[in-house]
Design a protein around this ligand. Structure first.
Ligand SMILES: Cc1ncc(COP(=O)(O)O)c(C=O)c1O
Length: 379
């Protein structure tokens, strides 16, 4: 049980999760790539028209696979927003990459594509984009630059399942894309992720990397008569028990998305006037982006007010949280040459951003309490 009357996030059962877990056990296959994993793969491939989707144990691990696949070697550079979760960059740094941190746009909080080209060098091995809150980055401009320099784009789409940019699903633009099914995400299995492979170049090696560097997937398909060690790799397959939980949530994804849309819209409409009067900025979604209603954030006028509002909500039993600390100014970021001041928009936004409770089971009364408590905050 949470110590808060209204926690920031709450996992929930939306359909057949427990029944499918029991079925996975009855199927006598609870290791990876059982019946439910295959159902999830097919669901994603059909839903998003992606060539190949592989479930992984987390988005972090899907990003690690991406770093293997784009063949990061020590000294290679990757361009990555400073305003992201540590895994976006760490997955590449553990293969020896040097992060080149890029600032974000003040409106969508996504990588600022106008700064991209100047960071490209002959050592640039990948451009990592993060669709913050599931609002699409400016993919036309980013892909244009990436294609001219022949550099693969990897989409960290941890927030953006079901989001669209100019009518196309996020996760379908980069050579590779990654998803998260962590407990805080719209669709979850506790801990989980997926690698979306759009460039066929990476398809065969991805299977091998995920199966500990062996060609076991080919063996299971009957394409070879025994399997052996053929490449580098690790163990990135989730248990079919997790896939069973995830598949039950995928089946209910329309319902999940519809409810999250209501929650997001209620926050937006009921906070709009207050925000305007209080110089608080609410999320911005460009017309050409469809957002997946993953998060509701607000930008307070200063760090002082952000902290005070968190405290004000906490004293009423409501957990609101800030988000990423600038990576370029972190201990590791500074070891890689980052310095405070390098990404001024990131530093400013990081100080002022606050996220409100947002989960499927949040009732209208609970949400009203959050809204009224926010509005009662004295500046
Ligand atoms: C942008 C981003 N990428 C990656 C991750 C890591 O996801 P996971 O916990 O599935 O490894 C997160 C975590 O929330 C995230 O926000």
């Amino acid at each position: 049980m949470s110590a808060y009357q209204i926690p920031f996030n709450k996992p929930c059962l939306v359909g057949n999760e427990l029944e499918y877990i029991a079925q996975a056990v009855q199927n006598q296959h609870i290791s990876g790539d059982g019946i439910f994993s295959r159902k999830c793969h097919t669901w994603f491939e059909q839903q998003f028209s992606v060539r190949k989707v592989l479930l992984t144990t987390s988005c972090t691990h899907a990003l690690e696979m991406a770093a293997f696949l784009v063949d990061i070697q020590p000294g290679d550079e990757v361009i990555v927003p400073s305003f992201t979760f540590v895994s976006t960059v760490n997955a590449f740094v553990i293969r020896g990459a040097r992060p080149m941190f890029i600032d974000i746009r003040p409106d969508t909080l996504n990588l600022d594509e106008t700064l991209l080209e100047r960071l490209i060098t002959p050592r640039t091995k990948a451009i990592l984009v993060v669709h913050y809150a599931g609002v699409g980055c400016e993919m036309d401009a980013i892909l244009n630059i990436a294609q001219r320099h022949n550099i693969p784009v990897v989409e960290d789409n941890a927030h953006g399942l079901f989001g669209k940019y100019k009518g196309n699903f996020l996760g379908t633009f980069g050579s590779l894309a990654t998803q998260s099914f962590h407990e805080t995400k719209n669709v979850t299995c506790g801990e989980g992720g997926a690698l979306l492979i759009n460039d066929p170049l990476y398809m065969e090696r991805a299977e091998i990397l995920r199966e500990k560097g062996t060609n076991r997937s080919r063996f299971f398909r009957g394409q070879v008569d025994k399997y052996t060690w053929v490449d580098l790799g690790s163990s990135y397959l989730p248990s079919d028990i997790l896939a069973a939980f995830l598949y039950a949530q995928l089946e209910k994804s329309s319902e999940i998305q519809a409810r999250r849309r209501q929650i997001w819209n209620m926050y937006f409409t009921r906070l709009q006037d207050w925000a305007e009067e209080s110089s608080v900025r609410l999320p911005y979604v460009p017309d050409h982006c469809d957002q997946p209603y993953h998060m509701f954030y607000m930008l307070l006028p200063s760090l002082k007010y952000r902290q005070a509002l968190i405290y004000h909500l906490k004293s009423t039993g409501i957990l609101a949280v800030f988000h990423y600390l600038p990576l370029h100014a972190s201990d590791m970021g500074r070891k890689h040459g980052g310095q405070p001041g390098d990404c001024p928009v990131t530093e400013d936004i990081s100080d002022r951003l606050l996220r409100l409770p947002f989960y499927f089971d949040l009732t209208e009364d609970e949400q009203s309490l959050v809204i009224e408590t926010v509005k009662s905050f004295q500046f």
